[in-house]
Structure formats: structure tokens, C-alpha cells
Design a protein around this ligand. Sequence first.
Ligand code: HXD
Ligand code: FE
Length: 261
Amino acid sequence: MSDQQPFVRTGPLMDVSSYPAWTQDLVYHCDRYKSEVVEHELFGRMQQACLDHATHKAFLSGGWPVIEQFPQYMAMNLLKIRYGQGPGQDMARRYLIRNIRVEQNHADHWVNWAAASGVDVPAMLHGTHALETLCLSQWCWQVCDRDSLAVAIAATNYAIEGATGEWSARVCAEPHYAQLFDETVRAKAMKWLKLHAKYDDAHPWEALEIIVTLVGLNPSAETISRLRHAICRSHQFMRMLLDYYMRSATPPVAAGLMRPA
Ligand code: HXD
Ligand code: FE
């Protein structure tokens, strides 16, 4: 994919100015879509502990297909790589192998979070999900199956994990949500959120570095546009999922309305 000058990062990993101008434009453009996920009312209500119980459970259940499939998206991308094809490929290989292992535990933590919130876990695992929910997982599957390594990593590890680091930090920024859980289960219930809520999380930046290393310093306008489209699509599908659950949410009457079962 990179038939032009290679990119070798010299500045700090988590500073957008360490990347070429086209990458900075891409990040700024897509951040508008990311904000609509991070700033979503559903997460605002979660943070304030005033999301109604039914919507809370439905959201946790609806998020499951992506959680379950996430390591598989990464595995599909791993299959695109041959060792020694180039620095971007080698970087992606290390990243994917290491993080597939990490995501194994994340699925367990999500299940524990859902169980502590009163979700019917067997139904979440084996039942059917709303179309609006499935769009995100089907999009991820499709982009990882059919698109290039760089575009697929942009849609999943950059876009989805990037937005997730921020929305989970937002929910954890106040103590109210955690306090809904009985102390005996709180740590277990909050584990997934806490792990993703690290403001200094390097994951999406590592994904960005891989993408830029794969496509080089001067990718074609078409490559840039495919990356932009893939990132924004992921954010739009995340938002669609959130809008779907918020549509039937009960307005908050008082903080503390929401109670885990
Ligand atoms: C958000 C619903 C609107 C889906 C969130 C997907 C987050 C995926 C994070 C990734 O690290 C996989 C995981 O299970 O931790
Ligand atoms: Fe994760």
C-alpha cells in the first residue's frame, strides 16, 4: 500500500503533531463524529446514575456482539499479514497478537458487568439482538473481512477503541455510577469500564501509528478518504446503537432512579 516515503515517528506517540499533516486533518475531521458518541446522552445519564434500569440492561446486552467479536476482527486482520513484509506489517502483527490476548479477559469483564447489572446473561449470549445494534458488529465484520489492513484497523482499533476509552472515562469521571453497585460486587462490575477508562490509554495511538506506517507519508487521496470513511462509519454506527436505546429510555425523574437488579 505504501509505494512512497516511509513514515518513522520521531515525536511522542500520543501527540497528534508527531504525525503527518494529512493524519492530523483526518483526526480532526473524525473527532467530530467521535464526540457524538462520547458526549451521548446515554453516557451522560449513566455517569449521573439516572439512566433507567431497562435501558441500562438493554445497552449492555446490545453491546455484546461487538465485545464478543472484537478479537475475531483482530484475528481477521492478523491473517492479512506476512512476517517481514514491512515495518507497518510487523508492528501490526505484534500489536494484534498481544491485544487479542488482552481482549480475552475483556469479554469476561463485560459479562460480569452485565450480570451485576441484572442482565439476563444467557439471553445476551444466545438470544437475538435488535437490527440497530447488529449494524455495528456487521460493519466491523465486513470492513475487517473485505478491506485493507490499514482501513480495518482504523475502523476497529482506532475508531471504536478510541471512542470507547473516552466514553468509559466519562462514565467513571464521577462516583455516582459505581456507587449503584453493592460494594460486594462493585469492583467486579466496574472492571471493564475501569480498564477502558484510562485517559492515557496508548491503544488508539498505537493503532494510528500502525496505520500511518502502513500507508506511508504521502498516501493517495483515495487511501485517505477510505480511512476517513471507515473511522466515521464506526462512530456513526456506535451512535446509531446509542440512539436506538435512548429512544425508548424513560426520562430521568431523580438521580438514583437506576438500580442494578
Ligand atoms: C458502544 C458499544 C456504543 C460497543 C462498545 C465496544 C467496545 C469495544 C472495546 C474492545 O476493547 C473490546 C472489549 O471487549 O473490550
Ligand atoms: Fe477491550
